[in-house]
Design a protein around this ligand. Structure first.
Ligand code: FAD
Length: 287
């Protein structure tokens, strides 16, 4: 099923997972999926490291298992900055062979140690190429606080419009911890004429250092109450976990109350946390 269809009838709840590190076995993800599938997400997306081609097969293998073994719709991420047209075509062929219909088409982060290939400068170039080479449903990434390379939000949204006009039929946001950025972004994209569904990306915090690193990398603001929470519980893992879950639930309740199209939960491959958030919010999301 094409994920865009889901938004016609309901608020969407989706999960994101990442393939295990190369050194560990891919089997470790299957026990995670066994638990995530019981939460009946509308789809599960699988990331793909832009740094090298070796884990693309793992992304495809996992996305295929999500769909065929666990009976949940899947989305494969595809960052293109380090891929040639021929390599993208090979990926598209593998997606077709594995019945994968949905692609999160990305440019990918620029790695200073790898010279980017010239074929796909922007995600919109990849989207145009995918559209010309198959009948896929294409999803795009978006940034409520602006992309790190383009902190001028209005300019970033102009570029997002190019991506949507190229064929992105649904958008998923970067994580954020202050819903006001999301509402401001939503107002601005509507004025620009972007009318595709937008899922809000929510990441539950479990670890202060990890989230500070992530926030810097992604260029997102940490609100004062969030910083206070991390400072208070940083040395108590269980309290930090529970506070992080409560914060994510609070964000979700507010987003759903204000009419968000869907919630994309960055699960960090942690089914326990996904389950706690699901239990606290599924009646609210489905109300
Ligand atoms: P683009 O849409 O190309 O935007 C990148 C920058 O270029 C922006 O500053 C934009 O304003 C500018 N730009 C875009 N189009 C134009 C244009 N036509 N002219 C001029 N400037 C333009 N990375 C991975 O490697 N693997 C993953 O699996 C992955 N999953 C992700 C999932 C989500 C939900 C999100 C939000 C991000 C994910 N990323 C992933 C990170 C992503 O690859 C980076 O944020 C990357 O830096 C930008 O990718 P993009 O597709 O948004 O790029």
């Amino acid at each position: 099923m094409k994920t865009t269809e889901l938004f016609k009838n309901k608020k969407v709840l989706s999960f994101e997972i990442f393939p295990p590190k190369r050194t560990s076995s891919v089997d470790t993800i299957y026990s995670t999926l066994e638990e995530l599938k019981d939460l009946k997400p509308d789809f599960i997306s699988v990331t793909y490291g832009a740094g090298g081609s070796e884990n693309c097969n793992t992304t495809i293998e996992i996305a295929s298992a999500i769909k065929h073994k666990y009976g949940v719709e899947s989305v494969a991420h595809l960052p293109s900055i380090n891929l040639s047209k021929e390599e993208v075509l090979l990926n598209l062929e593998k997606f077709k062979e594995n019945g994968i219909e949905n692609i999160l088409a990305l440019r990918g982060d620029i790695n200073p140690e790898i010279t980017p290939k010239d074929d796909f400068k922007h995600a919109s170039d990849l989207i145009t190429f995918i559209k010309a080479n198959g009948n896929f449903n294409i999803i795009g990434a978006c940034y409520p606080e602006g992309h790190t390379e383009n902190k001028d939000l209005d300019k970033d949204i102009e570029n997002l419009k190019i991506k949507v006009d190229a064929g992105a039929e649904h958008l998923v946001t970067q994580l954020f911890f202050d819903n006001n950025y999301f509402y401001n972004f939503q107002d601005k994209i509507k004025k620009t004429g972007i009318n595709v569904p937008v899922e809000a990306g929510i990441m539950p915090v479990t670890n202060k250092k990890q989230i500070e690193k992530m926030a810097t990398l992604c260029g997102v603001q940490l609100p004062k109450k969030f910083i206070k929470m991390m400072e208070k519980y940083e040395h108590n893992a269980l309290a930090m976990r529970d506070a992080g879950i409560a914060y994510a639930v609070d964000q979700i309740v507010d987003l759903v109350s204000q009419g968000v199209d869907g919630i994309h939960l960055y699960t960090m491959n942690n089914p326990y946390i996904a389950k706690r958030i699901y239990e606290a919010t599924h009646n609210i999301i489905n109300a």
